[in-house]
Design a protein around this ligand. Structure first.
Ligand SMILES: [Fe+2]
Length: 194
């Protein structure tokens, strides 16, 4: 098994959907990105840090079908390529690898901002009603008119197109980062399958 075979990209979000959502996301209020390690809140240098916005239910509902489509494709391909890990007898369950997805969060990267290298084995997304651990990281790309902002995972650099959905395992074997934006603004959303 090759680690890179578990990193996949599907172009499932129609461009029109991205454009319409972006119109709205340009006007909403953002907060500074922070995360926690052992209960300690961490953030990087203010001028370099991306900004976050939690999607409203209606906005999230617009994107859910495209995320599900990508997750289903991911599951089917992974099981096809790795028959030994396909232990399921039920082929009709749309969430065989994951049962649900966490609330969607928007990431806005202005010029000079980036996301430092990290892994997605986080627990803070389950502070509320939902309980679980992140199994799959799902990143949706809403625009491509920026420069820089490459997605580096392990030692590979990925370039995305508008409407792409990137899926990879959320565990320690998949360190990743977003390099600095050199021009424009990069918009993506993230959710975790659990
Ligand atoms: Fe991440």
């Amino acid at each position: 098994m090759n680690l890179y075979n578990f990193i996949k990209v599907y172009n499932t979000i129609p461009k029109k959907v991205c454009v319409n959502l972006l119109k709205k996301f340009k006007k909403v209020n953002y907060r500074r990105h922070q995360w926690q390690n052992n209960g300690i809140v961490i953030g990087s240098r203010k001028e370099e840090e991306l900004k976050n916005y939690d999607l409203e239910k209606k906005e999230q509902d617009t994107l859910v079908p495209f995320v599900k489509e990508a997750l289903n494709k991911y599951r089917d391909e992974i099981y096809q390529e790795n028959p030994l890990i396909n232990y399921s007898n039920d082929k009709n369950d749309p969430f065989k690898m994951v049962e649900s997805v966490s609330p969607f969060r928007l990431n806005r990267y202005d010029e000079q901002s980036n996301m430092a290298v990290h892994v997605d084995h986080i627990y803070t997304i389950f502070d509320g009603q939902e309980k679980g651990i992140p199994i799959l990281s799902v990143v949706g790309i809403l625009n491509q008119n920026y420069e820089g902002g490459d997605f580096k995972i392990i030692d590979k650099y990925l370039k995305f197109k508008t409407g792409d959905i990137l899926i990879f395992p959320s565990n320690f074997m998949y360190p990743h980062e977003v390099t600095s934006i050199t021009k424009g603004t990069r918009y993506s959303f993230v959710t975790w399958g659990y």
